[in-house]
Write a protein of this length. Structure first.
Length: 156
């Protein structure tokens, strides 16, 4: 049994890339991913605090995380990994939603611990959620990189 080729995977072979067909190297990807991550974290924190004013902490976390996860995947797809166009969009977002699920487990678990400890300050929730999201971010990078590195280079 041989490895699949680009002719075996037509969806992947049509997938355009930025920069004359070259995707960014790992260091560039990490820098861009961190930039997207900082902006996503700021957006998440602001959304969480706004939503937390009229929703419970778990609902506010879930909604803020979902909104920013979709935007984060779209931004990383384009800016970090150099993918343009709609080819493979659903699969990329499916991987993003998998990372969202893990992040949701980590963040809601962290909130449960904060509530169990009897802490009621919203700023403590945000700090704990930020740390939990940082852990989930490492997984997001790995999953997206594994998904997108398997794609052929040289497509424009």
């Amino acid at each position: 049994m041989s490895a699949p080729t680009s002719t075996d995977l037509p969806e992947l072979s049509r997938r355009p890339r930025i920069g004359a067909g070259q995707r960014p190297g790992t260091v560039v990807q990490l820098i861009r991913f961190a930039g997207v991550g900082v902006l996503s974290t700021l957006a998440y924190s602001a959304l969480y605090l706004i939503l937390r004013s009229f929703l419970g902490s778990f609902a506010a976390n879930t909604l803020a995380l979902l909104i920013t996860a979709v935007a984060n995947t779209a931004a990383n797809r384009r800016l970090t990994f150099g993918v343009r166009g709609n080819a493979g969009l659903a699969g990329d977002h499916a991987v993003g939603l998998l990372a969202f699920g893990v992040g949701l487990l980590l963040t809601n678990g962290s909130l449960a611990v904060v509530h169990w400890a009897g802490v009621e300050a919203h700023w403590v929730e945000v700090v704990v959620l930020t740390v939990a999201n940082a852990v989930a971010t490492v997984l997001r990078f790995i999953l997206l990189r594994l998904r997108l590195r398997a794609l052929p280079q040289g497509r424009t």
